[in-house]
Write a protein that binds this ligand. Sequence first.
Ligand SMILES: [Ca+2]
Ligand SMILES: [Ca+2]
Length: 279
Amino acid sequence: MQFHAISPGISCIWPNLIQIRKNRFHSPNKTQPQTNTQYMKTLIQKLSAALVAAVALTATTASAQLIYIDFGGGGNQMTSPDTLGNTWNNFTETTPALNGTLSLITSGNASSGITLTYTDAHSGANSSGTTAANTSVAAFNSTNSNKLGMDSIFVETANPAFKFTLSGLNTGKTYTFTMFASRTGVSNNRNSSYTFAGLANTTVELQAANNTSNVVTTGALAPTAGGNIDFTLGLGTGNDSGFAYIGGMQINVVPEPATWALLAGGLSVLVAVRRRNNR
Ligand SMILES: [Ca+2]
Ligand SMILES: [Ca+2]
């Protein structure tokens, strides 16, 4: 349970409780004190309003955490902060070395607690991607920086898998992954597959050939009980070129389902009690 995320919401309930108690014991009309029923009705009305406000506030404070990774090389690494204010992680042709690690930083330049461990070698990097990326992810686009789209890490037929493991993931949360890849000036199939193995396995694919606008996003994925998700880049369906790519990744840390369930549960109880008292 991520108490710090909901505490701003909960804290705004206390002033309402205190004010209600003050109103009860310091009523200007002491000859007509509130009955217990009236008091409870007022309390429930105030609490309902406060909880609605708390849920709204929590929706803001618990907004998704983002992590950006630029894959590639040739001196085209993303600089931080970018034009949009995001901090980037750079996975290049040389860094980390095989079996080495990156401690991932959030887009807000904070430690994510997530470690990337490079476990299966790629075939290298190139800088033959688009300089005019225009996708649904603003951070990937050339209006932000053309360096994300230009470079990629790739695999080829003779070495068909590039792998890394993400560890330190929160088992109470889920994660979505959005990928971009681009290889310009080609006429064959560069379909690239991205497999994620956590509590369950999923594979999504993206055609990198001459791509400037498409990204692919997984569903919400849960890590293993140990807090890991393994990633594999491979050749996608129909790939007749023998080359597959990853140029950029956005990791979206989905707000904790348990938090939402607790708040929704509390709200529904209050609404039910209020309805009963209004009969
Ligand atoms: Ca780059
Ligand atoms: Ca890149």
